[in-house]
Design a protein around this ligand. Structure first.
Ligand SMILES: NC(=O)c1ccc[n+]([C@@H]2O[C@H](COP(=O)([O-])OP(=O)(O)OC[C@H]3O[C@@H](n4cnc5c(N)ncnc54)[C@H](OP(=O)(O)O)[C@@H]3O)[C@@H](O)[C@H]2O)c1
Length: 213
């Protein structure tokens, strides 16, 4: 399966690219800038000792079977809008967390659609939206020597697409995918991320993920 990580040049994208490519998936690093995509793909490929492709986001989206939008929320929606024709019919995964830093810490930003995933679904009407990976601390995830056991709550209304994403997630060592229900539950999962960051900052902790026990 070809997986495009749009904005795969950034923090969360790096971990997803490295871990999916190391499982044998054909991963394409997407960027607004083809040169940046190629240079990051080369960097990731060197880490794994394998070839990884880069492409501008449009070409990456065109080539893939599934796309993961690892772009900050303020820009993810415009990017989705510009790619909706090439993402039609495909599984699109949203790890996007709308949040802001305030003087009281990080706060979740409520969107009129209910969540970032639902806003993406309202833009990408022809795509199969699944939300996942919101609560993964990117830096530790991108460190291939790091050990962790994190749960990944996966939401979506397209049960087949959700199953595909859960299956891929369960292949990643240290992650356990859990079905968290329909796409409208994404708001709950998204809002855990600012909570995790606040708990980490306030208690001198780092790289917090979630584990349901
Ligand atoms: N960081 C985390 O720990 C973490 C954890 C869970 C979920 N998330 C979510 O994952 C997403 C990515 O987070 P991140 O920390 O990886 O973000 P990031 O490193 O700040 O940015 C990721 C990529 O977004 C692209 N980008 C930046 N501005 C853009 C714009 N105006 N238009 C289009 N693309 C733009 C850039 O790629 P190019 O310059 O190459 O185009 C950048 O490398 C966010 O929605 C975040 O909420 C993050």
């Amino acid at each position: 399966m070809k997986i495009a990580v749009l904005g795969g040049t950034g923090s969360l994208g790096k971990g997803l690219v490295l871990r999916l490519a190391s499982l044998g998936y054909d991963v394409i690093v997407g960027s607004r800038d083809e040169k940046k995509a190629n240079s990051k793909a080369e960097e990731y490929g060197r880490i794994l000792g394998t070839d990884i492709r880069g492409a501008d986001n449009r070409n990456a989206a065109k080539m893939c079977d599934m796309a993961i939008i690892t772009i900050p929320w303020k820009h993810a929606f415009d990017t989705a809008e510009s790619l909706k024709d090439v993402l039609a019919g495909k599984i699109v995964v949203s790890p996007v967390v709308p949040m802001e830093k305030t003087d009281k810490g990080f706060v979740y930003v409520s969107l009129p659609e209910g969540s970032a995933a639902e806003r993406l679904a309202s833009i990408l009407k022809e795509s199969r939206i699944v939300s996942a990976y919101h609560n993964i601390p990117a830096k530790k995830f991108a460190d291939l020597n790091a050990e962790f056991e994190w749960d990944v709550a996966v939401c979506g209304d397209d049960e087949d697409a959700k199953e595909v994403v859960m299956g891929i997630t369960n292949e990643i060592k240290g992650l356990r995918a859990l079905d968290a229900g329909g796409l409208s539950n994404s708001r709950i999962v998204e809002s855990l991320t600012p909570l995790l960051i606040n708990i980490a900052v306030n208690n001198g902790m780092r790289d917090l993920g979630v584990k349901f026990v």
